[in-house]
Design a protein around this ligand. Structure first.
Ligand SMILES: [Zn+2]
Length: 160
Protein backbone atom coordinates (compact mmCIF):
# COMPACT_ATOMS: atom_id res chain seq x y z
CA UNK A 1 0.00 0.00 0.00
CA UNK A 2 3.02 2.26 0.24
CA UNK A 3 3.10 4.57 -2.68
CA UNK A 4 6.23 4.99 -4.74
CA UNK A 5 7.24 8.57 -5.29
CA UNK A 6 7.53 9.19 -8.98
CA UNK A 7 10.45 11.31 -10.03
CA UNK A 8 10.93 13.44 -13.11
CA UNK A 9 11.29 11.78 -16.49
CA UNK A 10 14.85 12.72 -17.51
CA UNK A 11 17.18 9.76 -16.90
CA UNK A 12 20.96 9.68 -17.01
CA UNK A 13 23.92 7.37 -16.92
CA UNK A 14 27.06 8.94 -15.44
CA UNK A 15 30.54 7.70 -16.26
CA UNK A 16 33.09 6.72 -13.64
CA UNK A 17 34.33 10.31 -13.27
CA UNK A 18 30.92 11.73 -12.46
CA UNK A 19 29.93 9.84 -9.32
CA UNK A 20 29.43 13.00 -7.28
CA UNK A 21 27.26 14.53 -9.99
CA UNK A 22 25.18 11.32 -10.07
CA UNK A 23 24.47 11.61 -6.33
CA UNK A 24 23.43 15.23 -6.67
CA UNK A 25 21.16 14.48 -9.62
CA UNK A 26 19.45 11.81 -7.50
CA UNK A 27 18.99 14.30 -4.64
CA UNK A 28 17.18 16.51 -7.13
CA UNK A 29 15.00 13.53 -8.07
CA UNK A 30 16.60 12.46 -11.32
CA UNK A 31 17.22 8.86 -12.27
CA UNK A 32 21.02 8.87 -12.49
CA UNK A 33 22.67 5.50 -12.93
CA UNK A 34 26.41 5.28 -12.35
CA UNK A 35 28.99 3.28 -14.30
CA UNK A 36 31.89 2.26 -12.06
CA UNK A 37 34.18 1.44 -14.96
CA UNK A 38 34.04 2.13 -18.67
CA UNK A 39 31.78 -0.42 -20.33
CA UNK A 40 30.65 0.08 -23.91
CA UNK A 41 27.79 -2.44 -23.54
CA UNK A 42 26.41 -0.59 -20.52
CA UNK A 43 26.54 2.72 -22.39
CA UNK A 44 24.80 1.29 -25.45
CA UNK A 45 22.08 -0.36 -23.40
CA UNK A 46 21.48 2.86 -21.45
CA UNK A 47 21.28 5.13 -24.49
CA UNK A 48 19.04 2.65 -26.33
CA UNK A 49 16.67 2.88 -23.36
CA UNK A 50 16.63 6.66 -23.71
CA UNK A 51 19.07 7.50 -20.95
CA UNK A 52 21.42 10.39 -21.54
CA UNK A 53 25.01 9.30 -21.11
CA UNK A 54 27.02 11.93 -19.26
CA UNK A 55 30.75 11.65 -19.69
CA UNK A 56 33.98 13.58 -19.23
CA UNK A 57 35.40 11.96 -22.38
CA UNK A 58 35.49 14.49 -25.20
CA UNK A 59 35.91 11.73 -27.77
CA UNK A 60 32.27 10.78 -27.07
CA UNK A 61 30.91 14.15 -28.20
CA UNK A 62 29.50 12.89 -31.50
CA UNK A 63 28.00 9.68 -30.16
CA UNK A 64 24.23 9.42 -30.10
CA UNK A 65 22.72 10.02 -26.67
CA UNK A 66 25.98 11.27 -25.17
CA UNK A 67 26.60 14.61 -23.52
CA UNK A 68 30.15 15.66 -22.68
CA UNK A 69 30.46 17.42 -19.34
CA UNK A 70 33.43 19.75 -19.70
CA UNK A 71 33.72 21.06 -16.17
CA UNK A 72 35.23 19.23 -13.26
CA UNK A 73 33.33 21.33 -10.74
CA UNK A 74 30.01 20.16 -9.42
CA UNK A 75 28.30 23.52 -9.47
CA UNK A 76 29.35 24.20 -13.06
CA UNK A 77 28.28 20.72 -14.04
CA UNK A 78 24.81 21.27 -12.57
CA UNK A 79 24.59 24.66 -14.20
CA UNK A 80 25.56 23.18 -17.58
CA UNK A 81 23.02 20.36 -17.28
CA UNK A 82 20.36 22.81 -16.26
CA UNK A 83 20.91 24.83 -19.42
CA UNK A 84 21.08 21.70 -21.59
CA UNK A 85 18.06 19.86 -20.17
CA UNK A 86 16.02 22.52 -18.33
CA UNK A 87 16.44 20.60 -15.10
CA UNK A 88 14.86 23.37 -13.04
CA UNK A 89 11.48 22.57 -14.58
CA UNK A 90 11.69 18.95 -13.48
CA UNK A 91 13.44 18.79 -10.15
CA UNK A 92 11.70 16.81 -7.47
CA UNK A 93 13.82 16.54 -4.36
CA UNK A 94 12.89 13.88 -1.84
CA UNK A 95 11.86 11.31 -4.43
CA UNK A 96 14.97 9.17 -4.95
CA UNK A 97 17.71 7.58 -2.82
CA UNK A 98 20.99 9.41 -3.41
CA UNK A 99 22.96 6.22 -2.74
CA UNK A 100 20.94 3.50 -4.55
CA UNK A 101 19.16 5.56 -7.22
CA UNK A 102 15.88 3.84 -6.28
CA UNK A 103 12.56 5.70 -6.01
CA UNK A 104 11.62 6.28 -2.37
CA UNK A 105 8.49 4.85 -0.78
CA UNK A 106 6.30 7.01 1.42
CA UNK A 107 6.16 5.82 5.02
CA UNK A 108 3.97 6.88 7.91
CA UNK A 109 5.59 9.05 10.55
CA UNK A 110 4.55 6.47 13.18
CA UNK A 111 6.50 3.76 11.36
CA UNK A 112 9.78 5.61 11.58
CA UNK A 113 9.33 7.05 15.05
CA UNK A 114 12.09 4.91 16.56
CA UNK A 115 14.39 5.14 13.56
CA UNK A 116 14.91 8.88 13.28
CA UNK A 117 16.23 11.38 15.84
CA UNK A 118 13.55 12.68 18.19
CA UNK A 119 13.80 16.27 16.97
CA UNK A 120 13.37 15.10 13.38
CA UNK A 121 10.26 13.16 14.31
CA UNK A 122 8.95 16.17 16.21
CA UNK A 123 9.51 18.67 13.40
CA UNK A 124 8.74 16.69 10.24
CA UNK A 125 5.56 15.10 8.93
CA UNK A 126 6.63 13.56 5.64
CA UNK A 127 8.95 10.59 5.57
CA UNK A 128 10.06 8.18 2.91
CA UNK A 129 12.24 5.08 2.86
CA UNK A 130 14.60 3.66 0.26
CA UNK A 131 13.52 0.08 -0.54
CA UNK A 132 17.18 -0.82 -1.18
CA UNK A 133 19.29 0.47 1.71
CA UNK A 134 16.30 1.28 3.98
CA UNK A 135 17.68 4.75 4.64
CA UNK A 136 14.97 7.15 5.82
CA UNK A 137 14.51 10.53 4.23
CA UNK A 138 12.43 13.41 5.46
CA UNK A 139 11.15 16.54 3.90
CA UNK A 140 12.54 19.52 5.75
CA UNK A 141 10.77 22.73 6.51
CA UNK A 142 13.82 24.53 5.13
CA UNK A 143 14.96 24.15 1.53
CA UNK A 144 17.20 21.14 1.04
CA UNK A 145 20.94 21.65 0.75
CA UNK A 146 20.72 20.14 -2.72
CA UNK A 147 18.18 22.75 -3.73
CA UNK A 148 20.31 25.57 -2.38
CA UNK A 149 23.30 24.42 -4.37
CA UNK A 150 21.21 23.89 -7.45
CA UNK A 151 19.62 27.32 -7.22
CA UNK A 152 22.96 29.00 -6.77
CA UNK A 153 24.21 27.10 -9.85
CA UNK A 154 21.27 28.36 -11.87
CA UNK A 155 21.72 31.91 -10.67
CA UNK A 156 25.45 31.82 -11.39
CA UNK A 157 24.76 30.75 -14.98
CA UNK A 158 22.19 33.49 -15.46
CA UNK A 159 24.56 36.20 -14.32
CA UNK A 160 27.10 35.36 -17.01
ZN1 LIG B 1 19.06 3.53 -0.87
Amino acid sequence: MSKTLSGPKAAFLCDQNLGRLARWLRMLGFDAAFMRKWDRAVIEKATSEGRIFLTRKRSMAREKGCTVVESDHLQEQLSFLNRAFSLHEKIQPFSRCSICNLPLKCVKADDVKNQVPEYVYATHREFARCPGCLRIYWKGTHPDRSLDLFNSSVNASEEK
